[in-house]
Design a protein around this ligand. Structure first.
Ligand SMILES: Nc1nc2c(c(=O)[nH]1)N[C@H]1C(S)=C(S)[C@@H](COP(=O)(O)O)O[C@H]1N2
Ligand SMILES: [Mo]
Length: 236
């Protein structure tokens, strides 16, 4: 006899155990027809469980010599915005006590981290990349976040939009990268500032980031691709 969960992945099996509604965030099954039945009230629990399952520990990193520059394909869906470095400002808004407009010098003055990670795109390619820049957590800390903040909305110059849970945003390997493979970030890859993190799929890693907004809840828009059915948590 096989159990009903046979042949299903861990996430799907868990989704069954917890009731179908949980599959929206846990299983990547946003297109299974159940998504409409998922109430907002069930989301925080799902997110907490997902974070627990992932352990939220540090992801093992690669060696700098393992980077695969030729394997990193450019995926841009709304053109390539060109941002003059001198004019660049990163707006930090929402549930913060000190709203900020940070220039590139302010980002460069923060401790610089490097993360050599595998970038994974759902379109079927992956590449090991070395990203560096300040930690997103250090940037947010400058704005003195309110404890009520639980989500981060991320705006980009090409109108790309993303939302993240704050636990993932504050993960020590989540960076606002200004450099790629040891050189300044190329325009096509998001210059002057993009998200980089080994804990999320490629579409969560916004390029040309111009705005961060700390919020207590998710709004109507989850993200450019999430609103078309892609999974919101998109954990790796
Ligand atoms: N602003 C913005 N960010 C974006 C995208 C985009 O089109 N616009 N594409 C996403 C997707 S699907 C992937 S896989 C990566 C690709 O990053 P790359 O072009 O540097 O390889 O960027 C992500 N971030
Ligand atoms: Mo992607």
């Amino acid at each position: 006899m096989s159990s009903p969960a046979d042949g299903l992945g861990r996430r799907q099996a868990l989704g069954l155990l917890m009731g179908g509604g949980s599959s929206l965030l846990l299983g990547g099954c946003a297109l299974n027809g159940l998504s409409e039945a998922v109430g907002e009230a069930t989301q925080p629990l799902n997110e907490r469980i997902e974070a627990l399952l992932q352990g939220r520990g540090a992801v093992p990193e690669f060696d700098r010599r393992q980077v695969q520059p030729e394997a990193l394909l450019v995926n841009s869906f709304n053109g390539t915005p060109r941002i003059a470095p001198d004019a660049y400002r990163l707006a930090v808004r929402g549930l913060v006590r000190r709203p900020l407009n940070l220039d590139l010098a302010a980002l460069a003055a923060l401790p610089q981290r490097e993360c050599v990670m595998r970038h994974v795109c759902v379109e079927g390619w992956a590449a090991i990349v070395a990203w560096s820049g300040p930690r997103l957590a250090d940037v947010l800390a400058l704005a003195d976040p309110s404890p009520l903040g639980a989500y981060l909305a991320i705006r980009s110059a090409d109108q790309y939009f993303e939302t993240w849970d704050l636990v993932s945003a504050l993960h020590p390997q989540t960076l606002l990268a200004t450099h790629m493979n040891g050189a300044p970030l190329p325009v096509a890859n998001g210059a002057p500032v993009r998200l980089a993190s080994p804990i999320k799929l490629g579409y969560k890693l916004s390029k040309w980031v111009t705005g961060l907004e700390l919020t207590a809840r998710l709004g109507d828009r989850l993200g450019t691709w999430e609103d078309r059915g892609y999974e919101w948590f998109a954990g790796l």
